[in-house]
Design a protein around this ligand. Structure first.
Ligand SMILES: C[S@@+](CC[C@H](N)C(=O)[O-])C[C@H]1O[C@@H](n2cnc3c(N)ncnc32)[C@H](O)[C@@H]1O
Length: 250
C-alpha cells in the first residue's frame, strides 16, 4: 500500500509539470488514434462515461461532444490540469462534462455509476492493477464496457526490457501488460472480451546515460522485440504495439 502511494506521488510529481504544456499536448495528440477509439465505442448509447487518467481531456472532450446526452467525467491525480480542464469546460459552455481529481487508488464513485469507462495511455500507471480492475467492475452497470488503450509488452519480453527503460523516467510507470496478461486480468475479474484493434507507436527516450546503459546491456534479439535503436545517443523504441480493447462486464 505504501509502495502504491509512493508510485502515485511519483506520477503526480512528474505529470504536474508537463500536462499543461503545448509540447506535451503535441506529443499525446494523435487524430487517427482518437478517431479509432471513438469508433470503437460508437455502436452503443451511454448515460454516464468515466475517463480514468484523463490528463488534458484529450479523449474526454471529444467523448462529451460525440455523446451529448451522456454525462462524462474525467478523473486524474493531477489537480492543476483538472482545474484548467474545468475552466475550459466553462469557457466553452459544455454542459455534460466535468473533471475531478482523486488519490490514484480509490475511484470516488458509487457502485454502478457508469456504463462506459475509458482510459488512454494511463493503465500502465495504475498501482495494484487487480484492485483497479475490480473497482472498474463495481463502477459499471451489468453489460457496461471498459475501453483500455495502452502500449503492450511483447509476449517474448521475459526480461522486462521495456519496463526497465520506461522506469528510468520515474514518472510512476508500473508496467506494460502483454495481450495475454491483459485478457487474463479482465477475464478473471468478471469481464468478457469485446472488439480489439491493435495499433502501434514509436517514441524516443531522453538523452540520458541510463538509457544507453540499458541499450548496451541487452541482446540484439531483445532489441528486435521493439526495434530499439541508438540514434546518436538517443534510444528509440521504433515499434511497440498498442492494444485498444473493449471488455464487457458480465
Ligand atoms: C500519458 S498521460 C495520458 C493522458 C490522457 N489520457 C491522454 O490520452 O492524453 C497519463 C495520465 O495518467 C495519469 N495518472 C498517473 N497515475 C495515475 C493513477 N494512478 N490513476 C489515474 N491516473 C493516473 C497522469 O496524471 C496522466 O494524466
Amino acid at each position: 500500500m505504501n509502495n502504491d502511494i509512493e508510485k502515485v506521488k511519483q506520477a503526480k510529481k512528474s505529470f504536474d509539470h508537463i500536462l499543461d504544456s503545448k509540447k506535451y499536448a503535441d506529443i499525446i495528440k494523435d487524430d487517427g488514434h482518437l478517431s479509432l477509439l471513438l469508433s470503437l465505442v460508437e455502436d452503443s448509447k451511454y448515460d454516464r462515461i468515466l475517463d480514468i487518467g484523463t490528463g488534458n481531456g484529450y479523449l474526454a472532450f471529444p467523448l462529451a461532444e460525440k455523446f451529448p446526452t451522456a454525462s462524462v467525467c474525467g478523473i486524474d491525480i493531477t489537480e492543476t490540469i483538472i482545474g484548467k480542464n474545468n475552466q475550459s469546460v466553462k469557457e466553452r459552455g459544455i454542459s455534460n462534462l466535468i473533471f475531478k481529481d482523486f488519490d490514484g487508488l480509490k475511484y470516488p464513485f458509487d457502485d454502478e455509476s457508469f456504463d462506459l469507462i475509458v482510459t488512454r495511455y494511463a493503465f500502465h500507471h495504475f498501482p495494484n492493477i487487480e484492485n483497479a480492475i475490480c473497482q472498474m467492475n463495481k463502477l459499471l452497470v451489468s453489460g457496461g464496457r471498459v475501453l483500455i488503450s495502452d502500449p503492450l509488452k511483447n509476449e517474448e519480453d521475459d526480461g522486462g526490457i521495456i519496463d526497465s527503460l520506461m522506469q528510468v523516467k520515474q514518472d510512476g510507470h508500473i508496467q506494460f501488460y502483454s495481450l495475454n496478461e491483459l485478457d487474463e486480468l479482465f477475464m478473471s475479474n468478471g469481464f468478457v472480451k469485446g472488439n480489439q484493434i491493435i495499433t502501434s507507436m514509436k517514441f524516443p527516450f531522453a538523452q540520458q546515460p541510463e538509457y544507453i546503459n540499458i541499450y548496451n546491456g541487452i541482446s540484439d534479439q531483445d532489441r528486435d522485440l521493439y526495434q530499439i535503436t541508438n540514434e546518436n545517443g538517443v534510444v528509440w523504441v521504433n515499434h511497440i504495439n498498442v492494444g485498444n480493447t473493449i471488455f464487457v462486464k458480465i
